[in-house]
Design a protein around this ligand. Structure first.
Ligand SMILES: [Fe+2]
Ligand SMILES: [Fe+2]
Length: 265
């Protein structure tokens, strides 16, 4: 068997400082870790909510192959034309049928390997969306069995729902890994059918705050019920994700490990 392909999936990028760190580190990580692909969830890049067109292009220039989104993904309307022209952005597949873009993203990697990425939103403790199980079935059927590597971003809050979604696609995709909670879980493993799974890969953002935001402001809102805008915290940027090894010939995972890199500050 030829060498397994190594893919790095990084969780929610919270703010521009984290994005700048990714710009510095991704080219180095691609080389040092021998990565075939890098996928990043960018739903919180624009001041904590959404992704700007300029930020998408910065991520691509840094060496990101596909950017995934989540429940905050469409907050910046400027992302719509990029979705409509088929840029490698994976917006949730279980949005309303009139949502811009399509249910998965596709790109070609070195050596002609096709990478396809699907994102679904959970329904537990989140705004109402279509059934993520049905959406995955529909998108995987649309894609067909084709060669290459398929990754799923499970953008959801509840652990059990994410695990169930992982089991639902076991044997059909290389990996199904979670985002949205911003906190990595210690349950990474390859399921029996060959799908790498982790409930949440964590975030790329400041460890000086609450999920990347100013703790004092979040506490005030929580204790007084008075809404206010929550600024992002800076410094102590950690990059969190999952390193996934895939047998390209079968499209199944051989291993998954947690990835974590803390910067200075
Ligand atoms: Fe989210
Ligand atoms: Fe997020």
């Amino acid at each position: 068997m030829e060498q397994p392909a190594r893919l790095l999936f990084l969780g929610d990028v919270v703010g521009d400082e984290a994005l700048t760190r990714l710009e510095q580190r991704i080219p180095i990580l691609r080389k040092d870790l021998g990565l075939l692909a890098v996928v990043v969830n960018g739903e919180n890049a624009a001041g904590g909510s959404g992704l700007t067109a300029a930020q998408f292009h910065r991520l691509r220039k840094a060496g990101v192959d596909v950017v995934t989104l989540g429940d905050h993904g469409l907050k910046r309307r400027e992302i719509v034309p990029l979705l409509e022209r088929g840029e490698p952005i994976s917006r949730p597949a279980n949005l309303p049928s009139q949502a811009p873009g399509r249910g998965w993203a596709q790109t070609e990697l070195a050596g002609g390997v096709v990478l396809r990425v699907v994102t679904v939103l959970g329904r537990v403790f989140m705004k109402p969306v279509d059934c993520p199980f049905d959406a995955l079935d529909r998108v995987l059927a649309e894609m067909g069995p084709g060669p290459g590597i398929t990754l799923v971003d499970l953008h959801a809050e509840a652990t059990a729902e994410k695990e169930l979604l992982g089991w639902h696609v076991d044997g059909k995709v290389a990996a199904a890994v979670g985002t949205h909670t911003h906190v990595p879980t210690a349950d990474e493993r390859v399921l029996p059918g060959g799908t790498a799974y982790q409930t949440d890969v964590g975030m790329c953002g400041s460890m000086a705050g609450v999920l990347g935001r100013d703790p004092a402001a979040v506490l005030r809102t929580t204790r007084t019920g008075l809404p206010e805008s929550w600024s992002l915290t800076g410094g102590r940027i950690a990059l969190s994700g999952a390193l996934i090894e895939v047998d390209v010939a079968t499209g199944r995972a051989l291993g998954i490990s947690r990835f974590r890199e803390e910067g200075p500050g």
